[in-house]
Design a protein around this ligand. Structure first.
Ligand SMILES: [Cu+2]
Length: 257
């Protein structure tokens, strides 16, 4: 995994480029403003330097003209918000894919790890019960619920198919965490008691890191997981191999003892 160099990490999602262009526009504008102000400032220093026999002048006019650069910067910034930031926010953060056309994955953060749940062949997330939460059953999945029997729960490992929309339902079991996959340019707080939807369409096969980006306790720095973006065939194969590890659904005879 060598996704970080001197600049930004590699781009591995459909909207990564859109976010990066915002970063580049802002940085280019700041460099431009910095250089122009530097040149102007140097010009003033030389023009109005102290010279023998020249009194200090106070210019009565020009107070309003000195506002022009500020106004230009303001107009640029308002333009950036209206024509770049708001449309980008709308398409990335406000518009969620239809669950029918997307792979739906539930990510539940806890001190200090990630529980990733896939709904299994029935496409439904099954029932969970707080009293069933155990280190071997971190989500408290109730396997007697038919919808829960085929759910697949994986720790600190998220597999996603390439070129498919993924709808992530982000949750937290305890404190505020934050799911961050730099190569996707994806970052979202996980709030206890809330289910926060987020989406991504990975477009580059590879191995990435999911990290917690919100200081959440003593083990925060160790709260990381692996993200594997794979071809559809590899993803299906992996999902099948994980499903095979599920305990057999309880039978009538084993129930109720
Ligand atoms: Cu955390």
């Amino acid at each position: 995994m060598n996704n970080y160099g001197w600049g930004l990490p590699i781009q591995a999602s459909t909207f990564a480029g859109q976010i990066d262009s915002g970063l580049w526009i802002i940085h280019a504008a700041m460099i431009g403003v910095f250089v122009l102000w530097g040149i102007f400032f140097t010009y003033l220093l030389i023009k109005y330097r102290r010279r023998d026999g020249v009194a200090v002048r106070h210019e009565e006019h020009g107070e309003m003209t000195s506002l022009i650069p500020d106004l230009l910067v303001m107009v640029f910034e308002i333009g950036l918000i209206v024509f770049y930031a708001l449309p980008a926010w709308r398409s990335i953060k406000m518009t969620m894919p239809d669950p029918k056309d997307a792979l739906v994955v539930e990510v539940t953060a806890e001190q200090f790890g990630w529980n990733i749940r896939y709904p299994g062949p029935d496409g439904k997330f099954g029932r969970t019960k707080p009293e069933l939460v155990h280190f071997s059953n971190p989500l408290g999945l109730d396997r007697t619920d038919p919808a829960a029997a085929d759910d697949i729960v994986v720790s600190n490992e998220m597999h996603l198919p390439v070129n498919a929309k993924v709808l992530i339902k982000l949750r937290s079991k305890d404190v505020v965490h934050d799911l961050f996959v730099p190569e996707f340019r994806l970052k979202q707080d996980a709030m206890p008691g809330l289910e926060t939807p987020m989406w991504v369409e990975p477009n580059r096969i590879g191995h990435y890191e999911m990290a917690c980006a919100q200081l959440c306790g003593f083990g925060h720095s160790l709260m990381r997981g692996d993200v594997y973006v794979e071809s559809r065939e590899d993803f299906d194969k992996w999902l099948k191999s994980r499903a095979a590890l599920n305990p057999a659904p309880p039978t009538a005879s084993s129930e109720g003892f």
